[in-house]
Design a protein around this ligand. Structure first.
Ligand code: DGL
Length: 292
């Protein structure tokens, strides 16, 4: 059975939810979270999922703390309204700028039994084993770099690691506009990687601290010295979510398991479906949703 196609056949959110599901919500500012969703579904195919991309307001990476927090909270509330008990912010920028406030300030009043998880902590937990030199590079959006979340979290867990960050403001817009395979994209990818390596030539492992960046994987590897480890987050986050559900059976029981998936976008459905289908290598249908 092709779960992906079957569960999208009517493309109707009410029909999907009418089956009594409590899907796991996966949120990103745009398409990037699809790289996480894909790995999560490979690891945990039996669960139901709602993917929500705020494509109309992407990118988040160049927006202020207040705006990213406001948009992310709106998305979380929407996913809760749709029955999600657990939401994964499959977006580093949202994880860096909104997760802590939502967990500490908003969840206790909205519903203390629901949970919102991010992608930075699991990535940091996994990162040390990738580097021999103990010099790690971070490629991320300006928002994630400015938040300093990665160096701060890494300091807590791996004091020996030296982290150097490079903000890549144009990479997400290139991907969102489907220009990431162009020569113009090469120019910016090469430039940011050269900046990173100039700042620390001992780097032997590079974290992709933005869920969009796996879509540039071949190009990133091409411009890095041979043998450099490139750490994408999909499998790390999928493993961490699986571990979380194992350690929290009360949450696991509340998540429905009918293998369904539904896609929501704040942009036009046509735009989302054609691009998302390229990224996921599968035909999908989506529905439009408003966040406010
Ligand atoms: N995928 C988001 C991230 O991981 C992209 C942020 C953006 O919209 O700029 O940071």
């Amino acid at each position: 059975m092709n779960i992906l196609r079957d569960s999208n056949e009517d493309g109707n959110l009410n029909a999907f939810l009418g089956r009594g599901g409590a899907p796991i919500g996966i949120f990103d500012s745009g398409y990037g979270g699809l790289t996480i969703l894909e790995k999560i579904r490979e690891r945990l195919p039996e669960y139901d999922y709602i993917y929500l991309g705020d494509n109309a307001r992407t990118p988040y990476g160049t927006r202020s703390f207040e705006v990213v927090y406001k948009y992310t909270l709106q998305a979380v509330i929407k996913l809760f309204e749709l029955g999600c008990q657990l939401v994964v912010l499959a977006c580093n920028t949202a994880s860096a700028k909104a997760l802590r406030t939502i967990q500490q300030r908003d969840l206790p009043t909205i519903d203390p039994n629901r949970r919102v998880l991010g992608v930075i902590r699991p990535t940091v937990e996994a990162v040390a084993k990738f580097s021999y030199s103990q010099h790690i590079g971070l490629l991320a959006t300006p928002g994630t770099v400015q938040s300093n979340s990665y160096p701060l979290e890494i300091k807590k867990l791996h004091q020996q690691l030296i982290v150097t960050s490079e903000a890549c403001p144009l990479w997400v817009p290139l991907i969102e506009n489907n220009e990431h395979n162009s020569e113009g994209a090469d120019y910016f990818i090469k430039k940011n990687i050269e900046n990173l390596l100039r700042a620390d030539p001992l780097i032997d492992a590079v974290m992709l601290g933005c869920t969009h960046y796996p879509l540039l994987m071949n190009k990133i590897k091409h411009f890095l010295p041979a043998g450099t480890q490139v750490i994408a987050q999909g499998e790390i986050v999928a493993e961490s979510l699986s571990d979380y559900l194992r350690r929290h059976p009360e949450m696991d029981q509340r998540c429905s398991k009918m293998g369904g998936i539904h896609y929501l976008t704040t942009e036009s459905v046509e735009k989302f479906t054609s691009s998302a289908s390229i990224f996921l290598h599968a035909e999908i249908q989506a529905e439009h949703i408003e966040l406010e």
